[in-house]
Design a binder for this molecule. Structure first.
Ligand SMILES: [Zn+2]
Ligand SMILES: [Zn+2]
Length: 254
């Protein structure tokens, strides 16, 4: 069963959240035979995303359950504000992601040169510390693109990746979170799924559940790379993935 749980219909605010536009995502999902879909706008655009539109369009796509999600920027100090806006909406699941390290938008092309000026191992440490804090915050259901820090192809030099991941994954396991296999990295310079196969192996050893997302920012990207993501998880030994309803984890064969 293939489903796509990481979709930005609004992208970065350049599109309207209309039934016609949402319908294009759903039509493409239907063409691909996806069995469920979840919309997860970036939290800064959440007020532009009218969840009633999803309810309204559901009957035209009865075979394709639509879930309501959100991708939230975890930034230390923002916890109370996040808690407040999450409480006022009824999401099925919330993805917590790190896109900023001390205000540095490291995944944005305009700020990529920060990797040239900083020490790569310090950058990796700072990034994974934030992922750990996000997991500890108990605000989220899913950890988004856990090794996003590799986006431009930079790798740590002093330690291998398990050095950074081990404490983070233990915390994720203790908090009962799910990690997404995010195929969006295939479109980026790194050209890889998040997370890397060795991290997926570590996740499986700890019995951490997974979910799937394409990180589509356009209807043409719905489901992109998910077949590959599912194969990768299967090859690692995963046989089940998690869907959500009202924050409840539903295990599904892959
Ligand atoms: Zn993201
Ligand atoms: Zn995203």
């Amino acid at each position: 069963m293939l489903f796509d749980y990481h979709i930005h219909a609004l992208a970065h605010g350049e599109y309207d959240y209309s039934p016609e536009w949402i319908g294009r995502f759903l039509q493409n999902a239907r063409k691909l035979g996806l069995q469920e879909i979840g919309f997860t706008e970036h939290d800064e655009y959440r007020e532009l995303a009218d969840n009633d539109i999803l309810d309204g369009i559901q009957e035209q796509f009865a075979e394709l359950p639509i879930r309501k999600g959100l991708e939230v920027d975890f930034i230390p100090g923002r916890e109370q504000a996040i808690k407040k806006f999450l409480a006022s909406d009824n999401y099925d699941y919330v993805i917590g992601s790190i896109h900023f390290i001390n205000g540095w938008g490291f995944d944005h092309p305009d700020f990529r040169n920060g990797f040239e000026t900083g020490d790569i191992d310090d950058i990796y440490s700072a990034y994974f510390n934030l992922v750990k804090q996000a997991a500890e915050s108990e605000l989220f259901d899913v950890v988004g693109h856990i090794d996003l820090i590799k986006i431009w192809g930079h790798r740590p030099s002093k330690h291998n990746i398990s050095f950074y991941l081990e404490p983070v994954l233990r915390c994720i396991k203790a908090k009962g979170l799910v990690i997404e296999i995010n195929s969006g990295g295939i479109r980026k310079p790194v050209g890889e799924i998040y997370p890397a196969p060795e991290i997926i192996d570590m996740m499986l050893r700890l019995d951490i559940p997974i979910t799937f997302g394409s990180d589509a920012h356009h209807p043409d990207q719905v489901g992109e790379g998910l077949e590959q993501a599912a194969q990768m998880a299967f090859k690692a030994g995963y046989r089940k993935a998690v869907r959500f309803k009202n924050h409840r984890q539903i295990l599904t064969p892959i």
